[in-house]
Write a protein of this length. Structure first.
Length: 97
């Protein structure tokens, strides 16, 4: 029950959900809209399919809001050696180190 229309710049996903399922989920339409954006973003971030920034964009959130979402959903923040090296290089360029 999913229809995907893809263009050069984005994809539109149409999801048909039976009314009984919507009632069982217990979310208002606006809440469901955000859940539909956040859940795949969290999942793709957790399994490292998407970067932090990509997942935040998919969820429709800025950096801080996505960081807050990770904390609320108890999803680990990925930070590896490459991230540390990039942060150190940026700090040096800014004269902070």
């Amino acid at each position: 029950m999913i229809q995907i229309v893809q263009t050069e710049k984005h994809a539109t996903v149409k999801l048909n959900i039976p009314a009984g399922i919507l009632h069982a989920v217990g979310l208002r339409q606006t809440e469901l809209h955000q859940e539909v954006l956040e859940r795949p973003a969290l999942s793709f971030y957790a399994d490292r399919t998407l970067s932090f920034g990509q997942a935040a964009r998919l969820a429709g959130l800025d950096y801080w809001a996505f960081s807050d979402l990770l904390a609320r959903k108890k999803t680990l923040y990925h930070y590896d050696v490459e991230d540390l090296e990039n942060d150190l290089e940026n700090a040096k360029e800014l004269g902070l180190l």
